[in-house]
Design a protein around this ligand. Sequence first.
Ligand SMILES: [Mn+2]
Length: 323
Amino acid sequence: MKVLAADLDALCRRLRRERKVALAVHEKPDPDALGAASGMLDLFAQLDVAAKLYVSEGEHLPLAEVLLPAGGVLRGDPPDDAALYALDCGSASRLALPRRRSVAVNIDHHHDNPRYGGLAFVRGEASSTCELVCDVARALGMRPSPQAAAALYAGISFDTGHFHHDSTTASTFLTAAWLVDLGADPRTLYVLLYEGRSEASLRLRARAVAGARRIARGKALIALVTAEDYAATGGGPDDTEGVVDALRGVRGVEVAALVKEQPQGARSRVSLRSQTIDVSAVAAVNGGGGHRLAAGFSSDDSPEEVITWLSSELERRLSTGSS
Ligand SMILES: [Mn+2]
């Protein structure tokens, strides 16, 4: 029999003993966070443990009707007697919960996760939290339901840029194949995640790409989306998926950034993608975070102010080659 890593073994023992569990994910949850929640809800259901996902009022849950089981989510604070599981969240302060409270279990793949919580199952090199949840399921000898398998596959696809980021390993493909075998449909999930966008979204993305600025002799491209662009196209801040990846894919570009004006909350939101330097360090200067090659941050400065700062920061980092 294969010997489990100590943290995974401890987690499996703990899962079997739980009575009542609250799951939580990072703010502005993505399909990896929600897929991981769906996978854990399914495991707890099979283990006969009461579990719900808790999120703050007003937090948008993308593709929730597909990724999450009906009745699996509650708004507001989790009950005090439930063990709190943090999923896909690199820092306890970024959980999408109304109040901070102590984390019992931390399951995540952010390389800068400080291993907070009573028990941390963190693998900085893993493609996604969904892949880690699959590792947990296999360690328990359990198989996700078809709905959970679909949600977990969606999370892996999303966090790997559909199986092409450098975190994509043979295990990632084997896990994806396992999930397809259990009922995840690759075609349906691809359409759901990457197609079926509105015409407004296409026109908004076209404007963003057309206006992209060259920094550091073309080693960086920065695109800007403002309230004016939303008004002109009918699109919104959620309609820019893929812009930053398209910029990064240009020959000679090492870093791409998308700066978005936000109608609510922080004034600007920035997504960073890199082929070389560590952009999570750039995001961290502004209180953001993420992965080495994909990170982001929010700012109360105007988009133009953010671009000015970002331009000189990237100019400096790309000229010295420092990361
Ligand atoms: Mn993730």
